[in-house]
Design a protein around this ligand. Structure first.
Ligand code: ATP
Ligand code: 2PG
Length: 311
């Protein structure tokens, strides 16, 4: 209460301390979230004016943060709002591990990179790269499926029965298994170091990733899908125009890729992992951001809303 007697500024209260509202501090945190310094100071002044209009004497950090966030949204600073929230509330105190799964071509790499840029996460790792590393350490004789693609792995199974309805999925699961070792290794390393990462690719299969990671609140699973065959095929066509990944290979195996997609979606649903239709990039990114934000909001509240500094 000491500030009430020496300043007529609004007092921002936290669990262990309180301080007068500072436009400079707020402006600095907004510039960290990407706002131009000149705009940030004007914005901070607006927030202060609103608080004065409401005749507030004291406000908790938590409420102030909410006000800033919603004012950013209503002033069309949505990108900044996301970064402000995430930056202030999450990345500073927690390592954030986002796992983006989905069958080949549904857009896991595209969305992972967009998410990383919006959240300010500097590390995105594709499971294809992890697979490449695993290929260098496990011989083809030991795990031949690892040397296939997710949709051709069935060919490396022993004595397979072409009539078996589960054949393609069996191949896929055996293909995914060794890559999971690498994925889980990276998650462990990030958790130990307190760093953040997005891992993306078809090998992110929730049901095969150890339960341990499903129970860690800052490990977030997201699954992408495309229900429309037509749209999914067009994605391969679009990609082939700008990369060396041959269109024919994906179209020839499209029925298997579709089966894998269905399996991943079913597996995600049964593990309560959100499944997102990746039709429009901006909608998908927004939906993913909402899931990430809500998850951390819940965590924040469980921790008493005091896990970070507001300004
Ligand atoms: N929402 C979207 N709208 C339009 N095009 C998209 C969208 N998401 C991804 N794409 C495009 O679709 C193609 C496939 O996407 P991407 O390479 O990200 O898929 P992927 O899931 O990572 O595939 P793979 O697992 O085979 O590497 C790319 O050309 C990408 O630019
Ligand atoms: O295995 C797969 O589904 C894809 C994933 O990117 O890899 P590739 O087609 O390059 O083998």
């Amino acid at each position: 209460m000491i500030f009430d007697t020496i300043t007529d500024k609004i007092i921002v209260t936290a669990k262990d301390y309180e301080m007068p509202f500072s436009k400079g501090l707020l402006a600095r945190s907004l510039t960290t979230a990407g706002m131009k310094p000149s705009e940030a100071y004007i914005f901070a002044r607006g927030i202060e004016a609103d608080l004065n209009t409401d005749s507030l004497k004291r406000i908790s950090k938590y409420e102030l943060r909410q006000r800033v966030y919603y004012s950013l949204i209503s002033d069309d600073y949505e990108d900044i709002a996301d970064k402000y929230l995430i930056w202030r509330r999450i990345l500073k105190k927690h390592s954030v591990i986002i796992l983006v799964g989905g069958s080949s071509g549904v857009g896991t790499s595209t969305i992972a990179f967009e998410l990383a840029s919006r959240l300010g996460i500097s590390s995105v790792i594709g499971t294809d790269s992890i697979r490449e590393v695993m290929r260098r350490s496990i011989s083809k004789d030991v795990v031949p499926m690892l040397y296939e693609s997710s949709y051709t792995a069935w060919r490396a199974l022993r004595n397979y029965d072409e009539e078996d309805d589960e054949l393609y999925i069996q191949g896929f699961l055996r293909h995914v298994e060794p890559v999971l070792l690498g994925i889980e290794g990276i998650i462990d390393r990030c958790l130990t170091e307190g760093t953040s990462v997005i891992i993306e690719g078809t090998h992110i299969l929730p049901g095969m990733i150890s339960d341990k990671y499903h129970n860690i609140p800052n490990v977030i699973f997201l699954t992408l899908t495309l229900s429309s065959e037509n749209v999914h095929k067009k994605r391969f066509i679009a990609r082939a125009k700008v990369s060396d990944r041959p269109l024919e290979r994906y179209l020839e195996n499209f029925e298997i890729i579709k089966d894998i997609n269905k399996y991943i979606v079913k597996d995600s649903n049964s593990h309560l992992v959100p499944v997102i239709e990746n039709v429009s990039i901006s909608d998908t990114v927004q939906e993913c951001l909402e899931i990430v934000t809500n998850k951390f909001n819940t965590l924040d509240k469980e921790e008493g809303g005091e896990m970070e500094e507001i300004i």
